[in-house]
Write a protein that binds this ligand. Sequence first.
Ligand SMILES: NC(=O)c1ccc[n+]([C@@H]2O[C@H](COP(=O)([O-])OP(=O)(O)OC[C@H]3O[C@@H](n4cnc5c(N)ncnc54)[C@H](O)[C@@H]3O)[C@@H](O)[C@H]2O)c1
Length: 306
Amino acid sequence: MGVIGSGTMGFGIGFYFAIHGYNTVIFDVSEDHLNLAKEKFNTYYDLFEKAQFPLQLSKQNAFKLIEWTTTLDSFKETDLIIESVIEQIEVKQNVFAKLDTIVKSDAILASNTSSLKLSEITENVSRMKNRVILTHFFNPAQIVPLVELLQLPNTDHGVLEKVHALFESIGKTPIRVYKEVAGLVANRIQVALAREAISLLEDGVVTKEDLEKTIFDGPGFRYATSGLLKIMDFGGLDIWDKVLGNLQGEIESSIRTFPVIKDLVNEQAYGVKTGKGFFEYPGKGFDELVLQRDEELLKHLLTTHY
Ligand SMILES: NC(=O)c1ccc[n+]([C@@H]2O[C@H](COP(=O)([O-])OP(=O)(O)OC[C@H]3O[C@@H](n4cnc5c(N)ncnc54)[C@H](O)[C@@H]3O)[C@@H](O)[C@H]2O)c1
């Protein structure tokens, strides 16, 4: 396996492959970046072990499977390479153009982009143009099961299926996205939810504390056991038909910025990373809070999937 970029997502993807026994090459632009990812390997292996995640390899043996590199030539022998560099089209295009000349002809090239078009990212790819797909992981990639997969019209038959089967075999939940739409499926749904939630908050319909409780102990509580369509089946489609008809005209549908968010951004209250967003996070640093969140997510993963 290969991962380009050892940041938040690239680290998570590489870590997950390695603990599942795959030789994994992880690239970044400097040794400093790679050293940070190596430290994270240690931290997350311990976290997985403490949570009793079914680990097949010792920490040393999993770590040994990773080649940390600052040279793209290391990807000559890799079967699947997932690009997970910063979300900038030119940077990604450049990475793909270089990989196009380096990788073996039966390799698969994937991008983990959240918002850019795969067809544009790979427009300079020629030799490997039939072996390109999108694999969109969710943060933290080493824990959240979902991976959205998309192929292009000229992607060779079987490429996406091979990756789908691989991901299933290591406990991920791959889904197929059949059209190249911005935001794919999950992020479009998240944005629709956020638009309505923030609009209710701005209109003073609910406090931020109660909005959290609403999602956590209402829809979110049910989503922990089933998807939306089964919830609708249980509720009755006759009822949902009426509810959709009655409420669609009432909910937020404008395309606009939300002052409640813009104001926080303007005062540099970006959320956990600055210690203040909608809520305050005193006393603990970003890394500590992320680890705490990931411990909770791991517990949830093990309860629901193992
Ligand atoms: N963070 C998320 O929640 C999330 C979720 C899904 C997908 N994504 C996507 O994953 C990709 C990576 O996001 P991230 O959050 O890991 O970002 P990040 O900033 O944590 O990591 C990006 C990494 O890319 C490296 N990099 C920069 N320029 C490079 C180059 N020219 N060649 C190779 N590596 C280079 C950086 O050194 C850094 O380690 C983006 O496309 C993003 O949209 C992010």
